[in-house]
Design a protein around this ligand. Structure first.
Ligand code: UPG
Ligand code: MN
Length: 648
């Protein structure tokens, strides 16, 4: 219980260790088996080439197992108590909410609109004054702009409707996908519901029928900026779609601002990291909230209380150092059962997520994350605790210019954030800041500054999120994981096929870029404040692309041995003469199983796998007994696999 001014305050969060003694034992057993296998391999005199390759691969698997054990050893869960915020209502921090979209075809404007509406409708005291929503459109699409403008109009009825009836899911497409059961006293509600549904259908029709050339021809002045622009070559376009202070209705709802940063083929735009940095600067000169939430355009707020829950983690510790950011586990809607392609990240968040949360803290996963602005500005926790001014803390104008660039307004806002001066009056008229915002959204703005390095989202990897989170941990911050019921955010992910492979390739490339660059976490552990076990956790993800080669090599061993009449497994007779655990170790990561590791356990794969092992009995140099041993080991490995979870 925190004590402030002699008054005891109710706790906002609790860090609960998860018990897992049985898992730990299972992990030790597997580790023992793996080590026994290595010992057996190493003591064999004349195993031949296949035997030696197996030794190398199995040593690698043992190393991975150790990395995995480290991640999962001390898992924790954070429980939040938003009801206890009532007594601290005046402490609630302002939040700037960022949504990124990049392509109106791959990411249909209607999807973005739903995400934005779910954010505009979240429950937060003084939402209209304290929250603002910024949408970055890297597609520079008039249709996206039009869709958002229409969404802002729709929000005037949608937000009051959600608040009046305590709507549970505030992304309309999701909400209207089912019809509630109206009770006899729900007359007003059923009337409102029918009206809202028809309004939403009209909105959908307007957005789906919107056509770029018609908008440009007939849309009027608002669309003039989009005439003759190329997606990769255009000046910054920033428009205020909803200014709560001007057109406030009822309790009000957050400002909505459209941002399409300047693009020029001669300037690298750094993909999403570049977009996030522009949003950070544009919001800095407009609302400058001390907290920033960012979500991908296809990830809607599924829990209207999500910002309150996040506040519990951001305000609920005695020292801010424990919660530099609060990351939500990524969850997806309409995914395939059993996550057969592994891209719903079930294992990562369920098995490994809580484990990392128990170390220095959850990784930043790119979406569904609440950051402190000063953390993104590169400040170190000690610079705050001691009143010293940290890495970016010097308040001299020259120093600020070196870090943040030449905009006076941006420097001033950064100075407020760095000095912790959150009491400054909000800017009354955000539309007066459009020109300044365009200046900081220009593509040359970052030249000669520290943006993309110590300040903002870090450039240099396709997985800018992990790298940015790692920089924050390296500065000494810890982070938390926000789990709520219902889930905080829900998103889309490819359901399989080439889209899925493209995504994996991008992630694997991003991790490899970090692994072989000066951003390697080992360097950060030696020279900065990245904790050793956290470093190992990062490594367990970054080695993903390397794993592919070893797994492929190991899985080719079995067919190679069958064709050349060799064996990289010990003889059945020898096998029978040894004790049971050793049998397991000899077959444990048996090669087909490794191929199978590419997929999450699902019944079909399991059946194929067993059929393959039974089929082995028909090969001339494999006895029936040996094939049965395979089958037996598959059941065992399968159990271990499911119970302990594996990467992906
Ligand atoms: O030039 C770009 C490219 C992408 N995006 C946006 O970035 C987000 C993520 O891109 P997406 O293509 O959907 O990648 P995913 O693989 O689905 O994203 C996951 O992986 C990314 C990289 O690790 C993270 O940034 C994301 O948050 C995470 O959801 C989307 O909102 C895009 O609109 C931009 O704004 N500008
Ligand atoms: Mn995505």
């Amino acid at each position: 219980m925190a004590v402030a001014g002699g008054k005891k305050m109710k706790k906002l969060q609790e860090r609960v260790p998860l018990r897992r003694t049985a898992w730990m034992l299972a992990e030790f057993v597997v580790l023992f088996l793996l080590l026994a296998l290595l010992a057996r391999r190493a003591t064999e005199r004349d195993g031949g080439a296949a035997w030696r390759v197996a030794l190398v691969c199995e040593a690698w698997f043992t190393f991975l197992w150790l990395l995995n054990m480290n991640v999962k050893w001390n898992p924790v869960r954070f429980v939040t108590y938003p009801e206890n915020l009532a007594e601290r209502a005046d402490e609630l921090l302002a939040v700037d909410m960022f949504v990124t979209t990049a392509d109106p075809v791959l990411e249909p404007p209607l999807v973005t609109v739903n995400t934005v509406l779910s954010l505009l409708a979240v429950d937060y005291p003084d939402a209209g004054e304290k929250l603002a929503c910024y949408v970055s459109d890297d597609g520079c699409s008039p249709v996206t702009f039009y869709a958002l403008r229409e969404a802002a109009r729709f929000a005037r009825v949608w937000v009051p409707f959600c608040r009046r009836h305590g709507v549970a899911v505030r992304a309309p497409f999701r909400y209207f996908s089912s019809t509630p059961e109206f009770g006899p006293t729900d007359h007003k509600f059923s009337e409102d519901w029918t009206f809202m549904k028809s309004e939403y259908e009209k909105l959908v029709r307007r957005i789906e029928e919107a056509d770029e050339s018609t908008l440009l021809r007939q849309g009027g002045g608002e669309f003039a900026d989009f005439i003759d622009v190329e997606r990769r070559n255009h000046p910054a376009i920033i428009k205020i779609l909803w200014d709560n202070s001007k057109s406030r209705i009822g309790e009000g709802f957050p400002h909505l601002i459209y941002v399409s940063r300047e693009k020029n083929p001669r300037h690298h735009h750094h993909y999403k990291a570049g977009a996030m940095n522009v949003l950070t600067r544009v919001s800095a000169v407009m609302t400058n909230a001390p907290i920033m939430l960012n979500v991908d355009c296809d990830m809607f707020a599924n829990n209207p209380q999500v910002v309150l829950h996040a506040m519990c983690l951001l305000l609920g510790f005695d020292d801010e150092i424990f919660s530099g950011f609060a990351q939500v586990p990524q969850k997806f809607y309409d995914g395939l059962k059993d996550d057969p392609f592994g891209n719903q990240l079930e294992v990562i968040f369920k098995k490994l997520g809580n484990g990392v949360a128990g170390l220095q803290g959850m990784f930043y996963a790119g979406t569904g994350c609440f950051h402190r602005r000063k953390v993104i500005y590169g400040m170190t926790p000690d610079s705050i605790g001691t009143g010293r001014e940290g890495t970016t803390g010097s308040r001299s104008s020259k120093e600020l210019q070196f870090k943040f660039g030449s905009s006076e307004e941006l420097k001033e806002s950064a100075r407020n954030i760095i000095s912790g001066n959150l009491t400054t009056e909000p800017i009354v008229d955000i539309s007066s800041r459009i020109e300044v915002a365009k200046e900081v959204a220009a593509c040359y703005y970052e030249n000669g500054t520290r943006w993309g390095q110590e300040v903002g989202w870090v450039y240099g990897s396709m997985t800018e999120d992990t790298l940015t989170g790692q920089r924050i941990h390296s500065a000494g911050w810890r982070s938390t994981m926000l789990e709520t019921e219902p889930l905080p955010f829900l998103g889309c992910t490819p359901t399989g096929g080439p889209a899925c492979l493209t995504q994996f390739k991008r992630w694997a490339t991003g991790f490899f870029e970090i692994l072989i660059s000066q951003n390697n976490p080992i360097i950060a552990t030696i020279f900065k404040h990245l904790q050793f076990r956290q470093c190992l956790s990062y490594l367990s993800f970054y080695v993903w692309p390397v794993r592919g080669f070893v797994e492929l090599c190991y899985s080719l061993l079995a067919p190679y041995c069958l064709l050349t009449n060799q064996s990289f497994l010990t003889k059945v007779r020898a096998l029978l003469s040894t004790c049971a655990p050793t049998c397991i170790t000899r077959y444990m990561p048996c090669s087909p199983l490794v191929v199978f590791h590419m997929f999450r356990p699902c019944p079909a794969a399991w059946a194929t796998h067993n059929a393959f092992s039974v089929g082995l009995a028909w090969y001339p140099n494999v006895s029936f007994l040996e094939s049965m041993y395979h089958v037996w080991n598959i059941q065992l490995s399968y159990l271990v696999y499911i119970s302990t979870g594996n990467i992906r």
